[in-house]
Design a protein. Structure first.
Length: 333
């Protein structure tokens, strides 16, 4: 039993130095004022999951202390990668925000090539806080532009019109594919693009304004775009037959300053107190009424035309018939 007690005493003596060393380390740490660093939560705000290639965007990084008591200080490294290649890397200083948090805002010009991208935000820590990390991602696409042209604008009622829709890309070497949706009160069509264009024939449009909404439904490389277009349709032009009928029914004619030439007419002279159908005064004493003509060239704009003989005639007795070799009519407005 004496031997066993001695063994136990020897084992205790071997453990005692290790215990003394541990207590000494703890005492030194307490004496130096060292403390355990607080953990942090790092948040990264990406402007959107889909962004325009080559655009300038703001990325916000927030570092929050998990103990809720101390405010993180120091710097954040922000790195942007595309296809496993770093295209932007910069260090930003944190600024104190409300509560136990700090923020940093980065204004960054994104790569000009379409594709996916990743963003890493690394907090480097300070005397009271541990390091932290956050990650974000998104897709870069080319901007697009949609325009519309008409084969005839304004057009006439009943005429056929063709609209051409053209989509261009932010990248001059990229040709947009996909579809263009066209809508109006009477149309709803989805048109496939060919070499960046699509055509829509319109038959027999009615008079008035026709408004169209066009939207580009893009491919995997482009963003959406849209536009509106108005097709003006005027009243249909009168045919030759319709114009003749309109004149016969007394509708106004816009032609002005016309001359009428008669060959071999027969005219009847009357005294000035006898009003003729045309009411045209050949001179101060005699009026002239057209009876017949062997030929007629020209037209006039209204019945109120003043007929003047080319040669002066003397007053004729009542209902005396006079044969003129020629007669011209100068038309009034």
């Amino acid at each position: 039993m004496a031997i066993s007690a001695m063994h136990r005493l020897a084992s205790a003596m071997r453990v005692l130095p290790l215990l003394v060393l541990t207590l000494a380390v703890i005492a030194c740490a307490a004496a130096s004022g060292a403390a355990v660093k607080a953990a942090v939560t790092v948040s990264l705000a990406v402007p959107g999951s889909t962004l325009t290639a080559g655009s300038t965007q703001s990325f916000n990084v927030t570092v929050q202390s998990d103990d809720g008591l101390t405010v993180p200080t120091g710097t954040v490294n922000l790195r942007i990668r595309t296809a496993n290649e770093t295209v932007h890397e910069q260090t930003y200083h944190l600024a104190r925000a409300t509560g136990a948090g700090s923020t940093a805002t980065a204004r960054i010009v994104l790569p000009s090539t379409a594709g996916s991208f990743g963003v890493d935000a690394v907090y480097n820590g300070d005397e009271a806080h541990r390091t932290g990390f956050a990650h974000g991602s998104g897709t870069l696409l080319y901007a697009s532009s949609l325009s519309v042209t008409s084969s005839r604008t304004p057009s006439r009622a009943g005429e056929d019109v063709e609209l051409t829709f053209t989509v261009t890309s932010q990248n001059p070497s990229a040709t947009p594919t996909g579809h263009v949706r066209v809508r109006s009160t009477t149309v709803d069509r989805l048109l496939p693009l060919s070499n960046g264009t699509a055509k829509l024939p319109l038959e027999g449009l009615t008079r008035g304004r026709h408004d169209f909404n066009a939207d580009y439904w893009p491919d995997t490389l482009h963003l959406r775009s849209g536009t509106i277009f108005r097709q003006e349709v005027e009243k249909a032009a009168l045919s030759a037959t319709q114009a003749t009928d309109a004149a016969a029914h007394g509708q106004p004619d816009t032609r002005r300053g016309r001359s009428l030439f008669l060959g071999g007419p027969i005219a009847e002279g009357r005294s000035s107190d006898d009003v003729s159908p045309f009411g045209a005064h050949a001179d101060g004493r005699t009026t002239t009424r057209l009876i017949a003509a062997t030929s007629l060239v020209g037209s006039w704009s209204s019945p109120a035309s003043t007929f003047m003989p080319r040669r002066e005639i003397a007053a004729a007795p009542a209902r005396a018939s006079v044969l003129f070799g020629s007669l011209s009519a100068s038309m009034g407005p």
